[in-house]
Design a protein. Structure first.
Lengths: 156, 130
């Protein structure tokens, strides 16, 4: 699976406005609503589910990245939004460091395998120093998109 | 990659010393290994992967987990999530160090007995996918 198979290119936010974890999650979910990937009426419920999941165990796995996610019936397909925040956000990360790049992933409740494949793809890329650096440095939607497309190109 | 003997089938609570240095493993010294199968229906998603890393990290031994394609550090959450092991997937756990044997049994228990505290696959539904 490639990033562009599930990352919604209409839901890339190079300059997240929110200053805290829950705000960032809401902002990314709103972006998916705007892009038509999620119905407006379900947005709050999905956000709550993502935040609930995040409270169980932080998805801030260190190195400045977090991957909040949830499997939810409101998701019609595996879809992700990507946000960057130069100031850094407290995600209660494992390494206690701020998070600069957030990939929010929603998967249908009955697609465990697709969800795992998307996570594999995300983490395969997040393992790479260059990918994390370019994502963190991206300041425009075009730069975020380019980072994603370049990552896919280098993996193919 | 050469296939080694099936050391740790469900129910056989033992590990075997395996040949090392023949399969791209970075482990040195005597290597204990065991094969496990993911049995919870949601597979090795992030939360089980974290439990796995937590358990692995209790041991001094160097521990690797291998599927057919890749071998990863059992103590790295990022690498463990990359395995994307679905329900039914077989994984090999390899450990080297003074508590290696103990480590592979603790990990096997987490995966196959405790199943990460999650829902097991319905009987007969844990199809092979690895």
């Amino acid at each position: 699976m490639r990033l562009s198979d599930f990352v919604c290119l209409e839901a890339l936010i190079p300059d997240l406005k929110a200053g805290d974890r829950d705000g960032v999650i809401l902002e990314l979910i709103q972006a998916l609503v705007k892009a038509g990937k999620l119905t407006r009426t379900k947005a709050e419920e999905v956000a709550k589910a993502v935040i609930h999941r995040e409270k169980e165990a932080s998805t801030g796995i260190g190195k400045g990245v977090a991957v909040p996610h949830v499997k939810h019936s409101a998701a019609k397909q595996v879809v992700a939004a990507v946000g960057c925040c130069g100031r850094g956000i407290d995600f209660s990360s494992l390494d206690k460091q701020p998070v600069y790049s957030v990939i929010l992933l929603l998967s249908p409740a009955d697609k465990a395998d697709k969800h795992l494949q998307a996570m594999e793809c995300i983490f395969r890329n997040l393992q790479k120093d260059d990918f994390r650096r370019f994502l963190r440095q991206a300041q425009t939607v075009a730069q975020v998109r380019e980072t994603i497309e370049d990552a896919d190109a280098s993996n193919s | 990659m050469p296939r080694t003997v099936d050391a740790g089938r469900i129910g056989k609570n033992r590990g075997e010393k395996a040949n090392n240095g023949k399969d791209g493993s970075t482990l040195s010294g005597p290597v204990y290994e065991i094969e496990v199968r993911i049995r919870n229906v949601e597979g090795l998603h992030m939360r089980p992967a974290m439990q796995f890393v937590d358990t692995a990290s209790r041991f001094h031994s160097k521990i690797e987990v291998t599927n057919d394609e890749t071998s990863v550090d059992a103590k790295s959450i990022m690498q463990m999530t990359m395995l994307a092991a679905t329900c039914g997937t077989k994984l090999r756990i390899k450990a080297a160090g003074d508590d290696a044997e103990e480590a592979i049994h603790a990990l096997r228990r987490l995966v196959e007995v405790e199943m990460f505290g999650e829902t097991p696959a319905p009987r007969g539904d844990a199809t092979e996918s690895g």
